[in-house]
Design a protein around this ligand. Structure first.
Ligand code: ATP
Length: 253
């Protein structure tokens, strides 16, 4: 069985069927793209996978467990993490602390250990600092660990968001337009980073992206949505030449 099995997933907002009959199968450690014209339903799919929206039909099975309609906290604990179209960092916190927020979901200690600052608490803090620094190094953010998140340039803020999502140790990472607003150098670098994240962590990645070179260059399988329905699926080459996809983009933009 695949890591994520989505079947017949759909949601309606009043009279608008935003997503319908979506099937999606995601294997461990693979890289997938979800594309489509504006308003096709891509972010709505992410919102259903992460529990922000409750689907009105269909099922989401993660690692053999039915997580359909569960709340975002439970789904995060089950192993799905995400980043957002508009960066959502704790701007006044340091780069290091932003990543530690993700790790806190992982590492637990008894309340009294924390209040009394017992040795076990200090040891956990050290462990978290080490783990967070390891993650920051992968994203080449270790030198900025003490900066406030808001002091980072845009491209680095995007990378920090990915680092924080990874800190929750997900099985599946959802990236909503990771290359948005990046210059070509930053985009190129991000492609390498995403590849190495997949290789080092063995995490499956599903990303939404409007930059076609990025999607075609990085994703092993791409699903194309239009008006909430799948109109094509395949590798970059098949998608690029698919007449339905070309028509959807020409009609939509
Ligand atoms: N909470 C909501 N209430 C009502 N309609 C919604 C809601 N969320 C999304 N929609 C509608 O669902 C459709 C799909 O929106 P969605 O944001 O998922 O598209 P998208 O493919 O991510 O678009 P974009 O590329 O512009 O981000 C749109 O028509 C949108 O207006």
């Amino acid at each position: 069985m695949a890591l994520l099995e989505v079947s017949n997933l759909g949601i309606a907002f009043g009279g608008l069927q935003a997503v319908a009959q979506l099937d999606l199968s995601i294997e461990k450690g693979h890289l997938y793209g979800l594309i489509g014209p504006n308003g096709a339903g891509k972010t709505t799919v992410f919102n259903m996978l992460t529990g922000v929206y409750k689907p009105t039909e269909g099922n989401i099975i993660l690692d053999g467990k039915d997580i359909t309609g569960q709340n975002p906290e439970l789904i995060s604990k089950s192993g799905i993490a995400r980043t957002f179209q508009n960066i959502r960092l704790f701007n006044d916190m340091t780069v290091l602390d932003n990543v530690k927020v993700g790790l806190h979901n992982q590492i637990r200690y008894n309340m009294w250990t924390g209040i009394l600052r017992l040795p076990a608490y200090k040891e956990k803090e050290h462990e978290m600092n080490r783990e967070a620094m390891k993650l920051l190094k992968i994203f080449d953010l270790d030198k900025e660990a003490d900066y406030k998140a808001s002091q980072l340039p845009y491209g680095k803020q995007r990378k920090l968001e990915i680092a924080r999502a990874l800190a929750t140790n997900p099985k599946l990472l959802l990236l909503d337009e990771p290359a948005a607003g990046m210059n070509p150098n930053e985009t190129e670098e991000l492609m390498h980073t995403i590849h190495s994240v997949r290789d080092q962590f063995g995490v499956a990645i599903l990303l939404i992206e409007h930059d076609m070179n990025f999607v075609m260059g990085i994703c092993e399988e791409i699903t194309v949505l239009d008006y909430g329905r799948v109109i094509a699926r395949g590798d970059g080459k098949a998608i690029r030449n698919n007449p339905k996809v070309i028509a959807a983009y020409l009609g939509g933009d």
